[in-house]
Design a protein around this ligand. Sequence first.
Ligand code: PGH
Ligand code: CA
Ligand code: ZN
Length: 308
Amino acid sequence: MPLEILGKMYQKANREYYAIGQFNFSNLEFLQAIIDAAEESKSPVIVACSTGAIKYGGLRNLVALTRTMAEKASVPVSLHLDHGTKLDDIKMCVDGGFTSVMIDGSHHPLDENIRLTRDAVQYSHSHGGITVEAELGRLGGIEDDIKVDAHHACLTDPDEAVRFVKESGCDALAVAVGTSHGAYKFKGESKIDFDRIAVIKKRLGIPLVLHGASSVDPESVAIINQFGGKIEDAKGLDKDSYAKAIKNGINKVNIDTDLRLKWTAVVRKTLQEKPNEFDPRNVLGPARDAVKAVVKEKMKLLGSAGKA
Ligand code: PGH
Ligand code: CA
Ligand code: ZN
């Protein structure tokens, strides 16, 4: 199928209480893994690039690859910009063929975030009806070029969210409810404010997005460390957090770190166990298969499997 406008996918997800996974990529193998997983799971899927990924892979290359694979797939695929911070990022991706964009003005004061988001919405909606996700509240952690310290993080305020969505016109809202980006989300138990999700959902009704949603699989971390890596004190979401978040109104869940960790684990292990190997296909191939398995498991947990 041609790339799908994300707004269309959201309608069914919002009605039927499941979430569509957003999986980040910047190369061929990740994209193949994600789209093959969607196909085998009969799941709608969002593949996403950050501006860093676009710099790495090239906008036209990444769009062409995604379009080609989406056209062959029988499940809907949407191509999304993750954490655009400037109107120029939005214009570049809308003009370049993306079918959804995120404008992240969460680091600005409220009025400025509203203004920036409204401009992004105006441009995207008037150029092919492209869906816009915005962010209110601030997640901690690192996403590509953006780093937010724990003491600068703050949860989304429901009253502000009502005003923000009304005045900006965004289609979906990323909420800060206790998660953070990267592999170091929690010390001790994971703490997510599920009630806050429910309150915001009740007042807005629009699709809500959970960022920083990797579970940071301890087995992948152990393999990385066993084969020469150094990833200590990593901790992510508990497995049952997805179902709870979705029940309370989340319709899109962003996962990047879990794929990177699995990838790193397999590549480190393969290189160490096969010291004579120098064919990239024999290193990247098994990593690609392992990433696909992670995506399929997530699609089951998010309830999107079988929904395409
Ligand atoms: C994310 C990804 N991307 O926008 O929110 O979060 O680091 O938990 O995969 P993770
Ligand atoms: Ca942000
Ligand atoms: Zn994010």
